[in-house]
Ligand binder design. Sequence first.
Ligand code: ES4
Ligand code: ZN
Length: 350
Amino acid sequence: QTNDPFVVDIPKIELHVHIEGTMTPELRWKLSQKNKIPLTCGADKIALTSLEETQKAYTCIRGRIGAASAEASKSFTFFQIYYEGFDLLQSEEDYYDLAMRYFERAAKLNVRYCEPFFDPQGHTRRGISMEVIMKGFQKAQIEAERELNVKSQWIMCFLRDMSPESATEQYEAALPYKDMIVGIGLDSDELDRPPKLFDEVFRRAREDGFRRTSHCDFNQKDTHEHIRQVAESLGGPGTERIDHGLNAADQDDLMNMIKEKGIGMTICPCAYIRHAPESEVFVRIRKLFDAGIKITIASDDPAYMEDNWVLHNLYMVRDKCKFTDQEMVRLQRNAIEICWASDDEKAALS
Ligand code: ES4
Ligand code: ZN
């Protein structure tokens, strides 16, 4: 059901959304025109010459990323399309635009507080300065709080397919913007990139007062070991949240550790059902929730995930996990408990 007024009206908190994953076809087209960067589609680099073609390319991307065919996955990977979008972002105004379009969408969906991720290495490695990125984000953040009543704090993610040295360099470059950044995350391609590679920079971030989280994507190679490292020892005592981590539901000792440590989990159902049967997804979500683990529902990369924003992700679990009104409220309370707002702000959100 996709117009359930209870789910529409409930005040929302979104704790797992990549700002670069919110780039709609409309914004992609606008930036390509403005910055004179031609758009192409797929490995065969077919030129996109209008907004309509760009919109169509997104539907085609959407169809093909999710497709199980080996041919499709060769010509399109999620990360190719995701990082191609980065190249379009050039000026402070572009970063402002990207963030502001998300905050406007969030306001319409009744999101009152969010902690968007950003991937600075994907920008600084192209020669964009931290100043350009952070000033653009900050302008949008201030305006969103004032004009839209959407509060936010940023989470800076390290790209785990880059080196730990690069992460440390990026960490130091971000310290002048510490006031805008509430937490540190770890994302991008996790194949053969165990979290413990980044132990040192996470330890440093903890000592400097940053909150910490890490992606452990659903059904990835070595996922149980990655979840264990993140929960048990990343940066010393483990992180305060895990992004995805759905496979924790497979092992009682992982579930127990997450529960005992009070680690929050951000769950993005529409991201999983593109690659896995629903039967593998919703049973696990229900299991984590019923175990009393603090899970919250979010959208991940909504522009690239069939245009499914947080509202649709909430509809999915409402429908497939059969969450009652009370349980939907519990999901939002979980989000308040595991978010990194100040106690005063949490009280205001309650
Ligand atoms: C991501 Cl789907 C996914 N997985 C890992 N890292 C990411 N960053 C943005 N989207
Ligand atoms: Zn993510």
